[in-house]
Write a protein that binds this ligand. Structure first.
Ligand SMILES: *Cc1c(COP(=O)(O)O)cnc(C)c1O
Ligand code: SF4
Length: 351
């Protein structure tokens, strides 16, 4: 699928700019020219973006590469299954005003932008991300802030999207400042992939913005240890040193991280870099993602294996977002069954 000559060209002179089209994927040698027409159909449905850092993290231009597989469009994305949805987790029904998703009493999502630094091929918001009209203009932001201000039961605002760290320092500062001015907001959480895919964005100026009164937490989206390059680890260290608590979320993805060994290596590396694994997500049923799907039974078996050999602080909770907007719930594995406990090795004990 890959021509070695072209690949070498890429290796010698890594792109300095982001790749945003199938055409440039072909010219860098990441996609074969004969696949271009088929992939342009994928491109018409879902956005493409790979940063220079991601290009460096890709070691092999094939689907066996865990980073390549996450970002390079594939014709399997044209297979829409009957049980896949445009809005798999019911964001729409929980959105009282544009840019707010309010599903739990004490916390809500604020999505100032639907642009990301990269576009993941399995994204649960893939129908919306990359579309400029989904971003909030000034009047819409005012309405969203007024909603948060009026809902005193909300103590935590999660900035999501899109990726909130693609905003300029000026826009981000304005949002953080307005949230800091709302007395009932105790915690601001940023859900982001930027430290992994554009570590140079984690500047002293950006870090300074986050050292404010509502505690600012960061949840990093990371799926494979290959994403933890030297610049990425340095960016994480800058954040940790500034006292920003770091958590991670990962998505269980076929061909990327669907083995206990791969996840063990990832979670160990995260903890060693001061990041607490928070969630392992079961893949949501977004359209054209079936080639990434792992069964729940397999996910549970992997989690059980991890429980047997990995430190408690390195264990995330395995969760699923119930289709239709019913929320996230842990999905095991179960260890207790009436009067029997199953230990991490799968052996049963009477109690
Ligand atoms: C995931 C999510 C949250 C955060 O849930 P936690 O379990 O607190 O991480 C909040 N609101 C919405 C709408 C979500 O989808
Ligand atoms: S960075 Fe997050 S929101 Fe953006 S495409 Fe990836 S998974 Fe989706």
């Amino acid at each position: 699928m890959m021509m070695p000559g072209l690949w070498l060209r890429l290796m010698r002179g890594p792109e300095r700019r982001a790749i945003t089209s199938v055409k440039s994927l072909v010219s860098t040698g990441l996609v074969a020219r004969e696949d271009e027409t088929a992939l342009s159909k994928v491109e018409a449905n879902f956005s493409t973006r790979l940063t220079p850092e991601v290009l460096k993290q890709i070691k092999l231009a094939t689907l066996d590469d865990p980073v390549y597989r996450q970002y390079v469009p594939h014709t399997d994305e044209l297979n829409f299954r009957a049980d896949e949805r445009a809005d798999p987790i019911g964001d729409k029904i929980n959105s009282p005003v544009k840019g707010i998703i309010h599903r739990y009493p004490d916390r809500l999502l604020l999505t100032p932008t639907h642009t990301c630094a990269v576009y993941c091929r399995f994204c649960f918001r893939r129908e919306n991300v990359g579309k400029a009209e989904a971003s909030l203009n000034k009047a819409e932001m005012d309405t969203a802030m007024a909603y948060i201000d009026a809902h005193t039961e909300v103590s935590e605002v999660i900035l999501s999207g899109g990726d909130p760290l693609i905003l300029s320092d000026r826009r981000l500062a304005e949002i953080l400042h307005r949230l800091a001015g709302i007395a009932h907001i105790q915690v601001i959480r940023l859900h982001t992939r930027v430290p992994l895919v554009e570590p140079s964005r984690i500047t002293p100026a950006l870090i300074k913005l986050m050292r404010i009164r509502p505690a600012v937490y960061m949840v990093l989206h990371v799926n494979h240890v290959a994403e933890l390059s030297v610049p990425v680890k340095k960016a994480m260290a800058r954040l940790a040193r500034a006292g920003i608590p770091l958590l991670s979320q990962s998505v269980l993805l076929k061909g990327v991280n669907d083995s206990a060994e791969t996840l063990e290596e990832l979670f160990r590396a995260l903890v060693a870099n001061r990041v607490k694994p928070y969630y392992l997500h079961h893949l949501d049923k977004a359209q054209g993602t079936s080639h990434f799907r792992v069964s729940i039974a397999r996910g549970q078996a992997i989690m059980r294996a991890l429980r047997g050999r990995l430190s408690g602080i390195a264990q995330p909770t395995y969760v699923i977002d119930i289709p239709g907007g019913h929320g996230k719930v842990p999905i095991g594995p179960e260890y207790l069954s009436v009067n029997e406990i199953v230990d991490p090795k799968g052996r049963r004990h009477q109690i």
